[in-house]
Design a protein around this ligand. Structure first.
Ligand code: IMP
Ligand code: MG
Length: 191
């Protein structure tokens, strides 16, 4: 039987890349106190690891959104369920996203944040699925170029499952997962 999924980026690759991103952001924001905003729930793991690699005073904040339509296909119509509680006027904001796919969600959130009179807003995405981009949008900081495939783990879910996997897995047989959401066997780490 063909495997349903396999490790795309192992936990050690992720750890190294997140540390690099943290160093880059540290260098870029020296002398400033950025606000790192992430979108629940997928961005939570990335944010938690990223901020521990940033050697600056910073603030954290969270947003939660719901998308209309199928949970696997964003249609870009976004409702804000939980909003940033910090006054963002004059602040340097980094929007931290698990993945940028079509770009519709990030575009919406970036403009919603900029509308608050921020000094700057940049996008930091762990995964950049450029092949699926609908709107022209390039993250200022991107962890990995992601192939045009469905991925889970390290915050990313399929029907709320697999967010807690330490590795990022590529799903090769999405139909098998639709038929049985537990079809993805935990695989041994590629460390
Ligand atoms: P976009 O608006 O199409 O860029 O969608 C971004 C959101 O879709 C992400 O924050 C994820 O919640 C979800 N998403 C996109 N691709 C994947 C994937 O491969 N696995 C899991 N979730 C995904
Ligand atoms: Mg999701």
């Amino acid at each position: 039987m063909a495997e349903v999924g396999r490790v795309l980026f192992g936990r050690e690759d992720v750890r190294r890349r997140v540390a690099e991103l943290g160093r880059t952001i540290t260098g870029d924001y020296v002398g400033r106190e950025p606000v790192l905003v992430t979108v629940l729930k997928g961005g939570a793991m990335f944010l938690a690891d990223l901020v521990r690699q940033i050697d600056l005073p910073l603030e954290l904040s969270f947003m939660a959104i719901s998308r209309y339509g199928d949970a696997e296909e964003s249609l870009g119509r976004v409702q804000i369920l939980l909003d940033v509680e910090i006054d963002l006027a004059g602040r340097d904001v980094v929007l931290v996203e698990d993945i940028v796919d079509t770009g519709l969600t990030s575009r919406y959130l970036l403009s919603a944040l900029r509308a608050r009179g921020t000094a700057s807003v940049e996008l930091c995405a762990l995964l950049d699925k450029t092949a699926r981009r609908i709107v022209p949008l390039a993250p200022r900081y991107a962890g990995f170029e992601c192939p045009d495939a469905f991925v889970v783990g390290y915050g990313l879910d399929f029907r709320e499952r697999y967010r807690n996997l330490p590795d990022i897995l590529q799903v090769d047989d999405v139909d098998a997962l639709r038929a049985d959401p537990d079809a993805l066997e935990p695989v041994s780490p590629a460390v």
